[in-house]
Design a binder for this molecule. Structure first.
Ligand code: CAA
Length: 245
C-alpha cells in the first residue's frame, strides 16, 4: 500500500520539489499551506496538470490546534501519516540591534515550534505501527550561524536538537528522525536577499552556484525510504561545500 507523506509548506520552492519527489517514489502526498485558498487551489491545479495529485490542507503550523485538525484531515482523506517533512519556514532577517521581538517570535514559532506541533500529531502512531520517517529541514545557518539571522539560526539549530532527542525515542520502533541542512538554494527566499549581498554569498560557495530544490528533494526522498532505516539522528549538510563539518 502506498505510504502517506505530509510536507509542511509544500507549496514553496523546496516544498514543491519535495512533494514531487515523494509522489514519484510512490507516496500519497499532502501539504499544508497558509493564506490564500484560491492561490493554493491554483497550485494544486497546476501540479495536477503535470500529473500530480496532491492534497492541500490549510494549516497554521504555529498553532497546535490547527496542526491537530490538519493532520486529522490528512488521515481521513489519505490514511495514517508515515512520513512527515517539517519544511515550513520563514525569514525575518535583520541585525540583532534592530531585531524586534515580533521578528524573533515569528521565526521561532514558524521554524521551530511548528515542528513540535506537527510531529506531536504523528509520532506516537508511527511508533505504534512500527514505521515512520520524520525529516526536519534545518539550514547551513543553523550549523554555522549567520550575520543578520539570530532568530533563524537559533530556530534552525534548535530543530536539530529535536531531531537528536526524538531519534533516540523512535529508534527501537522503526521510526527515524533526521535533519537536512541545506545551503543557499535558488528559491524565492534566497532571491529575496539583496542582489549585492547574494552575489557575495554565491562567491563563497565552492561549487560556484546556488543549489537546486531537486537536489534537496532527492535527499528527502532517500530519508523517507525503507533503505534509510539505519540512518537516524543525523544532520546532513547539502551546501555546495560552503560549510564543512
Ligand atoms: N559579517 C560581518 N559583517 C557584516 C556581514 C557579515 N556577514 N554582513 C554585513 N556586515 C556588515 C556590513 O559590512 C555593514 O558594516 P558597516 O556598517 O561598517 O558598513 C554592517 O554589517 C551592516 O550591514 P548591512 O548594510 O548589510 O545591514 P542591513 O541592515 O542593510 O542588512 C541584513 C542586514 C538584512 C541582515 C543583510 O546583511 C542581509 O540580508 N544579509 C544576508 C542574510 C542571509 O544570509 N539571509 C539568508 C536568507 S535565505 C535563508 O535563510 C535560507 C537558508 O537557509 C540558507
Amino acid at each position: 500500500m502506498a505510504r502517506v507523506a505530509l510536507v509542511t509548506g509544500g507549496m514553496g520552492g523546496l516544498g514543491t520539489a519535495m512533494c514531487k519527489a515523494l509522489a514519484n517514489s510512490g507516496h500519497k502526498v499532502a501539504t499544508t499551506y497558509i493564506g490564500d485558498d484560491a492561490q493554493a487551489q491554483e497550485w494544486v491545479a497546476k501540479l495536477k496538470g503535470e500529473g500530480f495529485d496532491f492534497l492541500a490542507v490549510k494549516c497554521d503550523v504555529t498553532n497546535f490546534a490547527d496542526a491537530e485538525k490538519a493532520v486529522a484531515e490528512v488521515v481521513e482523506k489519505l490514511g495514517n501519516v508515515d512520513v512527515l517533512v517539517n519544511n515550513a519556514g520563514i525569514t525575518r532577517d535583520g541585525v540583532f540591534k534592530k531585531m524586534t521581538a515580533d521578528q524573533w517570535l515569528a521565526v521561532i514559532n514558524t521554524n521551530l515550534n511548528s515542528a513540535f506541533n506537527m510531529t506531536k500529531q504523528v509520532f506516537d502512531g508511527m511508533c505504534e505501527r512500527g514505521f515512520g520517517r520524520v525529516v526536519n529541514i534545518s539550514s547551513i545557518n543553523g550549523q554555522k550561524g549567520q550575520f543578520g539571522q539570530a532568530n533563524y539560526s537559533a530556530a534552525k539549530a534548535g530543530i536539530h536538537g529535536l531531531t537528536m532527542a526524538l531519534a533516540q525515542e523512535g529508534a527501537k520502533k522503526g521510526v527515524t528522525v533526521n535533519t537536512i541542512a541545506p545551503g543557499y538554494i535558488g528559491t524565492d527566499m534566497v532571491m529575496a536577499i539583496a542582489e549585492e549581498v547574494r552575489n557575495k554569498i554565491i562567491a563563497g560557495i565552492p561549487v560556484g552556484r546556488l543549489g537546486k530544490p531537486e537536489e534537496i528533494a532527492a535527499l528527502v526522498n532517500y530519508l523517507a525510504s525503507d533503505v534509510s532505516g539505519f540512518m537516524t539522528g543525523a544532520e546532513l549538510a547539502i551546501n555546495g561545500g560552503q560549510h564543512m563539518m
